[in-house]
Design a protein around this ligand. Structure first.
Ligand code: PEP
Length: 268
């Protein structure tokens, strides 16, 4: 059973007031909790999980506004050290202290704009696990890599490199996000068939790396121009267990519509 997980990646958007307004409006859609939603109440654990990854300065406000809604919080990055002289950085314990349950790691914007290597990301994955944060690990190929036939090589290298320090006992808490770089913020969504093929490939690599049980349990999100009108066709694919949503997650009505589409991924 893989409960679908839909995560909003707000990137560097919103003020505290806007964050609180978003969560109040989303909370109204979720009150009373729909039967397909994981509200966090006992017995609700197999429904769609909703996660919001907010910029660091908004997390405290977001945590207050999300209380009681069932919406979980995520950081968008962390530094592997617990504390220290790392100006501008944020640690896993700090994210836990702000009520984060998840953290996005290895997003293509961090790989490309901040030169993050898979080796560096593997240290972050290990730090997240050590401090009780569930990593949402992103992998994905560029258009050039896809057109040159290198997609599978790139995905395998990012996956294996980023999981090099994974605590295998906690492997099932990992969430993977397949995000083709050419589909992020471009409006060019991967077709459901193309996305499914990449997800099946990733699950097969997980099987080789971590064994059958973990590969079956780990949820793989698709990310790249997911919108309310394409979410259902993507989420109905057998190996697509959720979505990581950028642009369309900034509006609570549109994010709620994608959450509702997550019900089509039930049950796994
Ligand atoms: C993302 O940045 O993770 C993302 C998928 O963005 P968008 O939905 O805007 O393509």
């Amino acid at each position: 059973m893989r409960a679908p997980i839909i995560a909003a990646n707000w990137k560097m958007h919103k003020t505290r007031t806007e964050a609180a307004d978003f969560l109040q409006r989303l909370g109204r859609h979720l009150e009373p909790a729909p039967t397909w939603f994981d509200s966090g109440e006992p017995g609700a654990g197999e429904g769609v999980q909703a996660v919001v990854a907010a910029p660091f300065p908004l997390l405290e406000t977001a945590a207050r506004a999300a209380a009681g809604t069932g919406v979980l919080l995520a950081g968008q990055n962390l530094h592997p050290a617990t504390q220290g002289a790392f100006t501008g950085e944020v640690s896993a314990p700090m994210l836990r202290d702000c009520d984060c349950s998840f953290v996005i790691l290895g997003h293509s914007e961090r790989r490309a704009l901040f030169q993050e290597s898979s080796e560096w990301i593997s240290e972050k994955v290990a730090a997240a696990q050590e401090h009780g944060l569930r990593p949402i690990l992103c992998v994905g190929e560029t258009l050039e890599e896809r057109e040159s036939g290198a997609t599978e090589t790139v995905l395998a290298a990012q996956l294996e490199g980023s999981l090099a320090l994974l605590n295998a006992a906690q492997a099932e808490e990992l969430v993977l996000a397949y995000e083709p770089v050419w589909a992020i913020g471009t409006g060019k969504t991967a077709t459901p068939e193309l996305a499914q093929a990449a997800h099946a490939f990733l699950r097969e690599r997980l099987r080789k790396l971590l064994g059958e049980a973990s590969a079956h349990a780990i949820r793989i999100q698709y990310g790249g121009s997911v919108k309310p009108d394409n979410a259902e066709s993507l989420l109905s694919q057998p190996d697509i267990d959720g979505a990581l949503v950028g642009g369309a997650s900034l509006d609570p009505d549109s994010f709620y519509a994608i959450l509702r589409a997550g019900a089509t991924a039930l049950p796994r």
